[in-house]
Design a protein around this ligand. Structure first.
Ligand SMILES: Nc1nc2c(ncn2[C@@H]2O[C@H](COP(=O)(O)OP(=O)(O)OP(=O)(O)O)[C@@H](O)[C@H]2O)c(=O)[nH]1
Length: 362
């Protein structure tokens, strides 16, 4: 049986950072991991951070709620057959409802030798707290809560961005949402690897599925009852069943005739850069982004320096690191958020490039 570890968590919460710790641990243990990575955008930027460390299959710009279920099962089986890994790690997109992934994994395990080991949810503590205090209960906040509910292991990450006393607030909130998960608080997703990634002697997560029912409401139908109960988390022998998803929080909409994402309030915009840009203006653009843009990442070249840089923008924080790609990669920005105007952002990016033109040609 190949254990499957699912990494879930909102956009930019620290999943890829966690994945890197997991890969280092498995390497140290002489184990062979494989990765299945699902990205919202058309380019897999996270993959370039880890792809020389383990075999990886990518599912790009997939409709995470609708098409992924079939594809995920197939990709998992392909990975298992091709590489015979000791463990497969599935990194979900930041807006995936892990329920769908769990469902797909359990479907796949019916046909092949795979078993769901754990669902690890990483949360950005700062963002979670800000969202929880917001007057408006956004769809993204509801999704975040669903991701927390589904976890068998939970990481309250980015504690460095909290003020004194705030961690306790987050911990209490999280405990209320999911008292069953093994929960730790970290910086940079730095967990105890044995507790979080060990595949030896761990009890597996058992999942019992209720029959799916479809409720038609006008033109929409809601897969409203795709509820799972999880039992027997490794560190809880009491086997308390709990619903990891409450129907009133379920946002899973499809529309007939159109291909709707479960989280169609999430906008993903991809921009390919045609030339290097000014670093200071680039940073200024990111500082001035609307609050609805939670996440951006990409590769860019600056006029002021040589070579390509990877940038990561996660809930108002921008990081820029030089990279040496092993194969040619485009200069690109993938920008994600909730109901923002993609055309306005595209305009800003075009202006950034246009402003760089005279400098570039001088
Ligand atoms: N300040 C701070 N930044 C962190 C921490 N952990 C991760 N980051 C940064 O947050 C950004 C996003 O981290 P990732 O690990 O790529 O997040 P992710 O969940 O994989 O992102 P998506 O897959 O795009 O949803 C990166 O710039 C990280 O360096 C932390 O504990 N504190």
């Amino acid at each position: 049986m190949i254990p499957i570890v699912v990494l879930s968590g909102f956009l930019g919460s620290g999943k890829t950072t966690l994945l890197q710790h997991a890969l280092a641990y498995y390497k140290e243990q002489g184990l062979k991991p494989a990765i299945l990575m699902n990205e919202l955008g058309d380019v897999n930027l996270d993959g370039s951070l880890v792809n020389d460390q383990a075999p990886m299959k990518e599912m790009l710009s997939g409709c995470i709620c609708c098409t992924i279920r079939g594809d995920l099962g197939v990709e998992l089986m392909n990975l298992a057959e091709e590489y015979k890994p000791d463990v497969i790690i599935v990194e979900c997109t930041g807006v995936a409802n892990p329920m769908e992934i769990v469902d797909a994994v359990t479907d796949a395990s019916i046909y092949s030798s795979m078993v769901l080991q754990s669902v690890i949810t990483v949360m950005d503590a700062r963002q979670f707290l800000d969202f929880s205090l917001g007057s408006e209960r956004s769809k993204s906040f509801r999704l975040m809560q669903d991701q927390l509910r589904c976890a068998s292991k939970l990481i309250i990450n980015k504690t460095d961005l909290l003020a004194a006393g705030e961690l306790q607030k987050v911990q209490a909130f999280v405990k209320e949402l999911n008292p069953y998960a093994l929960t730790v608080s970290t910086e940079r997703s730095d967990v105890d690897p044995v507790t979080f990634f060990s595949i030896q002697g761990e009890k597996r997560m058992e999942v019992s599925r209720q029959k799916e029912s479809t409720v038609d409401i006008g033109n929409d139908h809601h897969h409203a009852e795709n509820r799972l109960h999880m039992y027997g988390h490794d560190d809880h022998t009491d086997h308390h069943p709990h619903d990891c998803q409450e129907p009133e929080h379920h946002d899973h909409d499809h529309k007939h005739g159109e291909h709707y994402h479960s989280y169609d309030h999430v906008v993903v915009h991809t921009h390919f850069f045609g030339r290097p840009v000014s670093r200071s203006e680039f940073e200024q653009l990111f500082r001035g982004l609307p609050a609805e843009i939670y996440r951006a990442k990409g590769i860019v070249q600056f006029l002021e320096s040589e070579g390509q840089m990877m940038f990561q923008f996660a809930y108002r924080e921008l990081e820029i690191i030089p990279i040496r790609p092993q194969k040619p990669v485009n200069d690109v920005a993938v920008i994600m958020g909730e109901n923002f105007s993609a055309s306005e952002i595209e305009e800003r990016l075009k202006r950034l490039e246009a402003a760089a033109k005279p400098l570039a040609s001088s």
